[in-house]
Design a protein around this ligand. Structure first.
Ligand code: TRP
Length: 325
């Protein structure tokens, strides 16, 4: 049985684009997988960008509550907070000492962030070695990641091979499983939905807020109600077909093409569909908001399971390095 592990960033409450594009497919994979799976919230990596303690804590909570609300099974997947298993930080130090500075300097993600961000701290520079530690600590075999993380995975393999070569086989070499480009989810302006474009839809908002938000933010042209309309160039339809059934989508497309069905009607159908489709996860999410300790308990339980594996690996590594264990 392979051990599959991945980390998720905690950059705040996930929006509909994150949920449809990444979270739902990942949960489906984790729940049906025959493998042993580990999934953690990379809140130590977040510290490179977030220095506000309340925000850091809240982001982690919102991400955890979202995954759980959409059905991640914490009995099947070891689901934990990275910072609850600080053994990864200790391991990252050992890795740092075996990895050439010149190679870290070549990391694309560091160069990219150094160009974009104001706070260019050393944590940002060490990021790939903390990520390697996240992986090597758990003897993970397969790492599902986006294409942008490929170089980080190469560095993880590289540092593991260097240490295996010097110290004997102490690490499992992890393989990346490159996730297909996620489906493009249009935001309210028709462009890719993203926080930075300010075009997101919050599926956890209440029905009234969702209604108001969509009515106000999805802009339509002024084709009269009676005239035929092209479904494919409509953001309303392009969002609708991602969540409605095939029968429902075909119906909306036909009605638009036929005329006599206005943008207001289409918006209403979209709003109802979102409210219905996300009713159950919204209810669960709100339940967690009011019962935060339940999420805490689940994460603590996951951390306990993860820690067992982490401690054993760390002892093995420390011994091989010549440290007291
Ligand atoms: N860097 C990853 C990202 O930005 C998140 C991450 C941290 C991760 N540690 C990891 C992913 C370990 C896979 C394995 O998406």
């Amino acid at each position: 049985m392979a051990r599959v592990l991945t980390g998720i960033q905690s950059t705040g409450r996930p929006h509909m684009g994150n949920i449809l594009g990444a979270i739902l497919p990942a949960i489906e994979m984790a729940n049906k997988s025959e493998n042993e799976s580990f999934l953690f919230i990379a809140d130590l990596h977040s510290l490179t960008q977030i220095k506000n303690p309340a925000e850091l804590k809240e982001n982690t909570f919102q991400v955890a509550a979202t995954w759980l609300a959409f059905g991640l099974d914490p009995n099947k997947t070891t689901f934990y907070r990275q910072s609850d298993v600080p053994e990864c930080v200790e391991l990252s130090w050992y890795l740092n000492c075996f990895f050439p500075y010149q190679r870290l300097k070549l990391a694309h993600s560091f160069k990219d962030k150094a160009n974009r961000l104001e706070d260019i701290n050393s944590g940002l520079f060490m990021y790939p070695m903390l990520m390697a530690a996240d992986i090597l600590l758990y003897d993970a075999d397969e790492i599902p990641v986006g294409r942008d993380q490929l170089q980080h995975l190469e560095m993880s393999r590289d540092v593991a091979s260097r240490m295996n070569h010097k110290l004997g086989d102490i690490f499992v070499l992890p393989s990346p499983i490159i996730q297909p480009e996620t489906q493009l989810i249009p935001g309210t302006d028709g462009e890719k939905m993203s926080k930075s474009r300010n075009n997101t839809i919050d599926v956890f908002a209440n029905e009234k807020e969702i209604k108001k938000h969509i009515n106000k933010n999805i802009v339509t042209d002024n084709t009269p109600l009676e005239s035929p309309k092209d479904p494919n160039s409509s953001t309303i339809f392009n969002l609708y077909r991602l969540i409605a059934s095939e029968i429902e989508s075909n119906k909306m497309a036909e009605q638009l093409r036929a005329g006599g069905y206005g943008w207001g009607h289409a918006k209403n159908d979209l709003i109802n569909c979102i409210c219905e489709k996300f009713a159950e996860p919204r209810e669960k999410f709100n339940h967690f908001i009011n019962n935060r300790n339940e999420v805490e308990d689940i994460l603590n339980h996951g951390a306990k399971k993860a820690k067992k594996v982490a401690e054993a690996t760390l002892i093995r590594v420390k011994k091989s390095l010549g440290y007291n264990t």
